[in-house]
Unconditional design. Structure first.
Length: 149
């Protein structure tokens, strides 16, 4: 499994915790920045990770900003990306099972590191169920096509 990660300055410490956790499990990762605590703009890192995930160069993406909101909104502008902002483990597995989410977004100012790592585990451990959910996910793609995203 290959995971692309990105954050702004407000998500940097949590992203580092997640990277340490994934690496300890032998999961291949690439960090698309930011790499310093200097103030920066979350759309830049959302775009970098979202493009890689949409191109299927990585299995999943994980994005972190202060709330997880801005970085997930930005990532969802890239066609083929279904970024889910999760603050609990139920949403983290349900967004994989029902929505085929391919990016997990987290808010460093919202969740503690312990919960965030459980959320990451729930997300990566769950599988898309397809079936009745397929037609709904297809309708999301049709919305993208309608607006030429
Ligand atoms: C940065 O201060 C903060 O606005 C950003 O990390 C994020 O929370 C935006 O949605």
């Amino acid at each position: 499994m290959k995971i692309a990660l990105g954050s702004d300055h407000a998500g940097l410490p949590l992203k580092k915790e997640i990277i340490k956790h994934l690496e300890s499990k032998g999961i291949e990762i690439k960090d698309f920045g930011t790499l310093t605590e200097d103030s920066c703009d979350y759309p830049d890192y959302a775009l970098a990770v979202a493009e890689e995930v949409a191109a299927k160069n990585f299995d999943f993406g994980i994005l972190v900003c202060g709330t997880g909101i801005g970085i997930s909104i930005a990532a969802n502008k890239v066609p083929g990306v279904r970024a889910a902002l999760c603050g609990d483990t139920f949403s983290a597995h349900a967004c994989r099972e029902h929505n085929d989410a391919n990016i997990l977004a987290l808010g460093q100012r919202v969740v503690g590191a312990g919960l965030a790592l459980d959320i990451v585990e729930a997300f990566l451990g769950a599988k898309y169920e397809g079936g009745r959910h397929g037609k709904r996910v297809d309708k999301i793609s049709q919305i993208e096509k309608k607006y030429n995203k």
